[in-house]
Structures are given as structure tokens and as C-alpha cells.
Design a protein around this ligand. Structure first.
Ligand code: 7TS
Length: 407
């Protein structure tokens, strides 16, 4: 079993005070804090090994290239993807933009359909909408059930021979719902569509095996899994990457350049234009080593335990409405509303107690509207460094907020 209090000791920021109180961080679905081991790996790289990757002639730049490539390989291995199947991007958003651009350039034409779900983050909606305007394809959405789960029968009804792409979140950042990525990818494959899994909220928290899921692409962000900001991943089947046109053009992604045309580098570098974020890759690789030491299965187990605890505490209050399915069907994310209090006020009062949560639409406005939450919701989300006292502190502060402002 994971020892969250001991783990929290590795995080310098969690030793700080906020508003004069112990800093309680319950916003890991937005971004996670960083352990000493990750900060030190980045600092060591810049202090001792930094040089240009793939572009220098010194011993130091050869070291930088070797460290970058080793980190690159380690990042792919975490989701069971080979080096050629792992493209490094800036974040999930860039990974999904890459796909929307390259897939629509290669495959999508007027009359075609892209099927999403009603529980997507904006980054898996807006790129498709924008390219639909340009290419004339249609974007459709599979619905959700009353309990906040994906309506698989609606998805099956909406999928047809017009559907060329099915892109969906593995875990909702609002409802916490964990979708059956393997089953949805199978449904897409049977319909002849390309499947894309948004793993931003799943890869950091549970065992995600790109090959076992059987999807065509899997996107995730380093900063949501203890790694630095500015580094993200797009895992994809080699044959898919091979047939797709590049997204960004310039140095490193080319094989040969002539005045009148160019040819592309081998995978994965065909999709990695420009000087790479080498320190980001090295930091993310250190984060993966840290998570592997804990054991990724234990991460979800721990978060489930916290989620159950928070569910009990929050429902015990009698004035808190929680959204989404039962703890057994979700990750460590709980969105809720406190009767008679605007979510922003809940966030504001919790901040006075040194507690950070997130409030609003959580970058999922269509879902928030679908749920009838005009003012959005408050959300707490957990990770490896959270323990019961964090939740107790939040619940106590919510109770005080209600006494002060609730109805
Ligand atoms: N997909 C999902 C499911 C997400 O939750 C997020 C970020 C993204 C994509 C985009 O990730 P990025 O790293 O490219 O920004 N979600 C959140 C959130 O819930 N609160 O802040 C960001």
C-alpha cells in the first residue's frame, strides 16, 4: 500500500504554507506538483549535461542527445509504445491538434463524420470543430447517462460507415468516469474508424497499455503525472504515423530539403519539428521512474480509497451534490456543488483555509451545460501525495462555508 504521507515529503511545495496554513493541494487533475527527484533530474541535466540534441559535435551535446533519447524511450515504454510509436509534443492539447490536422488533411472530406462524446475536454472538441469548418466533415457526440457514464448504445447508434474517427476521453476530468477504452476502440475498429484515446486523466493514475487497448492513438500530458510543463505525448500505431502527413515543419523533422521540395525524417522525429524540449523529456522520464517505484496499480487503489472516503464525508453533510458515477467506476476526481453557494465562492473560502480546488466548467463547457450546471461546479482531485487529512480539512472548510453562506 502506498504511503502518501511519506510520498508528500518528497514534494517541496507541499511543505509550504498557503494563507498561513498547511497547503492542501486538491487540484491535481489540472496539474500535479513535482517531487524533488524530478526537479533534481532537470537541474542535473541543465547543470551538467545540457547541449543541443541531434545538432552538436561535442562530448556534452552527445550526452544530451543520449539522455534525451533514453528518456524518450522510457516515456513510450510506460504505456507500452516503442520509440517509433512515441511522438513528444507540448501537451495533450497539442497531441490532439496534431491528429485533427494530420488526419483531416489525409482522410476527412465532406460527408465524413468524427464521433466524440459529450464528456470531452475542450481540447478534444475545438480542434475538430475548426477543421470541420475547413474540410466540411461533421462532428457528432455520443451522449451520457443520468449517472454520468458514457451511453455506449448511443455511441453505437451514432457510429456508421461515415464515421472516420472516434476520439474520446479515457477518464472524464469533470465526472471522473472511467470509460472502457478497449471496448470503444473495438467498436471504432469494427466500423472501420480510427480510434483516439485522450489519456490526460488516465495515464497518470492507472495502468494504461497502448497495445492492449488496441486504439490507434493515445494522448497524454507530462505535467499531470509529476513531470514538468511543456512536454506531452502522442503514442500511435507505426503504420498510422507512417501514412500521416507531418503537423509542424522545420528542422529535425526532415530527411532532405531542396529548394523545391523536402522529404521527411524517420519516426518519431517526422512529427518532432524544431529543437526538442530535452529537459522536459528528461524530467518526465524521472517522473515515470518515480511512479513506477510506487507502482501504478497502487496509485488508482489509493485514489479510490480517498474517493470513497470523500464520498462518504461529503454525502454525510447533506447539502452537497456530487456529480458522476459511484467511486468504483471513477478516478480520483469529484465535482460537486454546495447548496446555495456559487462554486467560485466555495473555492474562494477554501483558499482562505490553505486548500486549493478548482471551480468553474473545468474546460468542459458543453458537458457542464448538459449537466445543467449554469455556474459550473467545484472540483477536488487527488494524487499520490494526498491523504485523508487533506479531505477532512476540505470537508470541514466546506461545512464552515455552508454555515456562513449556504441556504
Ligand atoms: N483532456 C483532458 C481529459 C483533460 O482533463 C485535460 C486538462 C486536457 C485534455 C488538456 O491537457 P493539457 O495538458 O493539454 O492542458 N484538464 C484540465 C483540468 O481538468 N483542469 O485544468 C486542466
Amino acid at each position: 500500500m502506498l504511503d502518501a504521507k511519506k510520498i508528500a515529503q518528497d514534494f517541496p511545495i507541499l511543505q509550504k504554507k498557503s494563507r498561513g496554513k498547511r497547503f492542501v493541494y486538491l487540484n491535481s487533475a489540472a496539474t500535479t506538483q513535482k517531487p524533488r527527484q524530478v526537479i533534481e533530474a532537470i537541474s542535473d541535466f541543465y547543470s551538467n549535461h545540457h547541449g543541443t540534441v541531434h545538432r552538436g559535435s561535442s562530448e556534452i551535446s552527445a550526452q544530451a542527445t543520449e539522455m534525451f533519447e533514453k528518456a524518450h524511450e522510457n516515456i513510450g515504454k510506460f504505456v507500452n509504445a516503442s520509440m517509433q510509436e512515441t511522438v513528444l509534443t507540448r501537451n495533450t492539447t497539442e497531441s490532439l491538434n496534431l491528429l485533427a490536422y494530420s488526419l483531416s488533411k489525409k482522410y476527412l472530406k465532406p460527408g465524413d463524420e468524427v464521433l466524440l462524446t459529450k464528456m470531452e475536454h475542450h481540447s478534444n472538441i475545438v480542434p475538430w470543430q475548426q477543421l470541420a469548418l475547413e474540410k466540411g466533415f461533421t462532428v457528432k457526440y455520443a451522449g451520457i447517462t443520468k449517472s454520468g457514464e458514457l451511453d455506449i448504445s448511443d455511441l453505437q447508434e451514432k457510429i456508421s460507415n461515415k464515421t472516420k474517427v472516434v476520439s474520446f476521453t479515457h477518464c472524464s476530468n469533470v465526472l471522473g468516469t472511467i470509460n472502457d477504452a478497449k471496448e470503444i476502440s473495438r467498436i471504432a475498429r469494427d466500423a472501420g474508424a480510427i480510434s483516439i484515446v485522450d489519456g490526460a486523466q488516465s495515464v497518470p493514475h492507472m495502468m494504461v497499455d497502448f497495445k492492449k487497448i488496441g486504439c490507434d492513438f493515445l494522448a497524454f500530458s507530462g505535467h499531470k503525472m509529476l513531470g514538468p510543463t511543456g512536454i506531452g505525448v502522442l503514442a500511435g500505431k507505426k503504420e498510422r504515423f507512417e501514412e500521416l502527413p507531418p503537423f509542424l515543419f522545420g528542422g529535425d523533422m526532415i530527411s532532405e530539403v531542396f529548394f523545391d521540395h523536402s522529404t521527411w525524417n524517420d519516426l518519431p522525429f517526422k512529427f518532432e519539428a524544431g529543437t526538442p524540449h530535452s529537459a522536459g523529456a528528461i524530467g518526465l522520464s524521472a517522473a515515470i521512474d518515480y511512479l513506477e517505484k510506487i507502482g501504478i496499480e497502487d496509485v488508482l487503489r489509493h485514489e479510490r480509497e480517498l474517493t470513497k472516503f470523500a464520498f462518504e464525508k461529503l454525502s454525510g453533510l447533506g447539502f452537497v451534490e456530487m456529480h458522476g458515477p459511484i467511486p468504483e467506476k471513477r478516478g480520483g476526481v469529484i465535482s460537486f456543488n454546495v447548496r446555495g453557494i456559487h462554486p467560485h465562492d466555495v473555492g474562494g473560502v477554501l483558499d482562505e483555509y490553505g486548500i486549493e480546488i478548482r471551480t468553474g466548467s473545468h474546460c468542459a463547457q458543453p458537458l457542464t451545460r448538459e449537466l445543467g450546471l449554469e455556474s459550473g461546479s467545484a472540483r477536488m482531485s487527488f494524487y499520490v501525495y494526498n491523504y485523508r487529512e487533506d479531505i477532512e480539512a476540505a470537508v470541514e472548510a466546506i461545512e464552515k462555508t455552508f454555515r456562513l453562506m449556504g441556504k
